[in-house]
Design a protein around this ligand. Structure first.
Ligand code: F6R
Length: 612
């Protein structure tokens, strides 16, 4: 949530900031702003997208080789010019961009008002700007980084901040606690961003800030310490992002590009991990902890949103094949509900971004209780990747569309590999079935490509149903979480109310919704539950519901029964997840476009939920 950028060096800062903000817009897009230090401190900010702010600033003095910028997802205060960042201190000495929430801002504000500070916005960030200013003016010997340290020592909450001081024209102070920040190291220049993507174009060397780190960036050097003023050792990491990944290519939206990338990203995820003869699965990142996984009393899988849906699929697979008890938890519940965990538990945390605040809090809790913590994560170098005992990267590449697509299928691919490897090691799976599953997993990308050829057909179905007010998604077994995921995709990008249900639950309530206006998407490939789900479809049809069925190719029975069918190639039931979700992503995408929605930047959402 919220994207931060910064630049200090010899180049003009404004174009670098704007380009960076456009990359980070997926993190929040209700308002944007930049601050530039030239002869004076110039701040330009506007409600709306980055481009609106850019147009506004272009007509003003936007020169300067040092600056910071922000794209916002509102927490405190509605989206408006006033509440946009950067936020200045009352006397315009400091300006601050901030990602996170200052939880004790009300108390700090009251104290500052007593010292005659006044406020123009509703934001917690303006409180922080004034608090920094307050400490700065306590003593002549206090410089900007000292003031930032003193202010942060009073702050409760999460922050990633970048601060400019009008009186110190060769310095940006950045600090982090809970909200990610990366510093890119150039030649006499530094770049700041909330994630590495906007930096990749300029340098391959980055430093990921850890919680409570403060970095002082000057053209001729970089100092890293912590909020308590102790030195911190510098760990430089290499990033290797292809700039092409950050481009929409021939697609209109990142979401569509990412849906189409799935055959390739699934392949990337198992590349080098599945032996060609299907005899072995190699997960190097888990090598050290694998004995712990084998001995685990139980496995708890934790995530939010789409990652939580992937976790449910992991549960089904691990229990079926590795015969280990599994629990799946929402990170936001787990972190507060005082769960019983100990050192015999293995906790798997799933997160595309690796920065989701609730998932990180769950990680810290599980770690504190002595569990072995494992990450399944897409963003290399993210906090989750750095703080877990071990992990597996999903290798899906940068996911920009706010609605997660390729990250989901990559997560399921990783979970499948973990479940099969564990089952094989423990001897809980028949060797033939193991080899069939491994072989079939390696064939999924090709089958995914076949499904993508149905795009036009799915678009035509979307046109038929895009005016619906409600939609129901049903599935059984492995395909129940797929129904949940299909419903989530539809609601988040098209704003149609959609619910996912286990098909067997239909008679316990949701069937009351069925009438001739209701589209019911049923994930019904031929598996062990096929007969049962056909009965569910009969029940919906008997009540005049409109059934869109995802079926195995050649299923003539359901072609007769359902209003519309989308075929997917035949596969092992446990792997049908990876195929059947693709038409649901496409359906949601086209429905949203028919409704005129911005699928990459749905209202009220942000890609990386770094506040709870
Ligand atoms: C839905 C979606 C969200 C995320 C959730 C967790 O399309 O993208 O539900 O899945 O916010 O995010 P990560 O996986 O980054 O922890």
């Amino acid at each position: 949530m919220c994207g931060i950028v910064g630049y200090i060096g010899k180049k003009e800062a404004f174009p670098i900031l704007i380009k960076g903000l456009k990359w980070l817009e997926y993190r929040g897009y209700d308002s944007a702003g930049v601050a530039l230090l030239n002869g004076s401190l110039e701040v330009y900010k506007k409600k709306g997208k980055v481009i609106e702010m850019e147009q506004f600033a272009l007509s003003k003095n936007h020169s300067g080789t040092i600056g910071i910028g922000h794209t916002r997802w509102a927490t405190h205060g509605e989206p408006s010019d006033e509440n946009a960042h950067p936020q200045n201190s009352m006397n315009n000495v400091f300006t601050v961009v901030h990602n996170g929430i200052i939880e004790n801002y009300a108390k700090l504000k009251t104290d500052l008002v007593k010292h005659s500070y006044t406020f123009k916005s509703d934001t917690d960030t303006e409180v922080l700007a004034n608090l920094i200013d307050f400490f700065y003016h306590q003593d002549e010997g206090i410089n900007s980084e000292m003031a930032v340290q003193l202010a942060l020592s009073k702050v409760v909450g999460a922050y990633g901040i970048a601060v400019l001081c009008k009186n110190e024209k060769n310095k940006i102070v950045v600090a982090r606690k809970g909200s990610p920040l990366v510093v890119g190291l150039g030649d006499g220049e530094y770049f700041i961003a909330s994630d590495a993507a906007p930096i990749a174009e300029y340098t391959g060397q980055v430093v990921y800030l850890n919680d409570e780190d403060i970095a002082i960036l000057q053209r001729d050097g970089f100092t890293l310490k912590n909020v308590s003023n102790n030195p911190v050792s510098l760990k430089i990491s290499s990033i290797d992002l292809e700039i092409g990944e950050l481009d929409k290519g021939d697609f209109d939206y990142f979401m569509m590009k990412e849906i189409y990338e799935q055959p390739k990203t699934i392949e990337e995820t198992f590349r080098g991990r599945l032996r060609a003869d299907h005899s072995e699965i190699v997960l190097g990142g888990l090598l050290n902890v694998f004995p712990k996984i084998e001995e685990a009393r139980r496995i708890i899988i934790i995530g939010c949103g789409t990652s939580w849906h992937a976790a449910l699929i992991g549960e089904y697979m691990l229990e079926e094949y590795a015969q280990v008890p599994v629990e799946v938890e929402y990170a936001s519940e787990f972190r507060y509900r005082k769960p019983v965990i100990n050192s015999k538990d293995v906790v798997i945390l799933i997160s595309q971004s690796g920065e989701t605040a609730d998932t990180l809090a769950a990680l810290h809790l599980a770690k504190a209780k002595g569990a072995t913590v494992i990450g399944i994560c897409n963003v290399v170098g993210s906090t989750l990747a750095r703080e877990t005992d071990a992990g597996v990267y999903t290798h899906a590449g940068v996911e920009i569309g706010v609605a997660s697509t390729k990250a989901f299928t990559a997560q399921v691919t990783v979970l499948t590999m973990i479940a099969l490897k564990l089952a094989n090691t423990k001897g809980t799976i028949d060797i033939k079935e193991y080899q069939t599953l491994v072989k079939e997993l390696s064939e999924i990308p090709e089958k995914g490509r076949i499904i993508l050829q149905s795009n036009d057909k799915i678009k035509a179905i979307a046109e038929k149903y895009h005016k619906a007010i409600n939609a129901l998604y049903l599935g059984r077994g492995y395909l129940f979480p797929v129904a949940l995921e299909g419903a989530l995709k539809l609601k988040e990008i098209s704003y149609i109310h959609a619910e996912g249900y286990a098909a067997g639950e239909m008679k316990h309530g949701p069937i009351a919704l069925v009438d001739d206006n209701l589209p019911v998407v049923v994930v019904a490939p031929q598996d062990d539950y096929y007969e049962k789900i056909v009965s569910n479809i009969q029940e919906i049809k008997a009540r005049k519901g409109n059934v869109i069925a995802i079926v195995t190719e050649g299923d003539t029975g359901l072609k007769e029964l359902a209003n519309d069918v989308i075929e997917i190639p035949k596969s092992h039931p446990a792997l049908a997840v990876l195929l059947s979700v693709i038409p649901l992503q496409l359906l949601a995408y086209h429905i949203a476009l028919f409704k005129g929605c911005n699928v990459d930047q749905p209202r009220n959402l942000a890609k990386s939920v770094t506040v709870e």
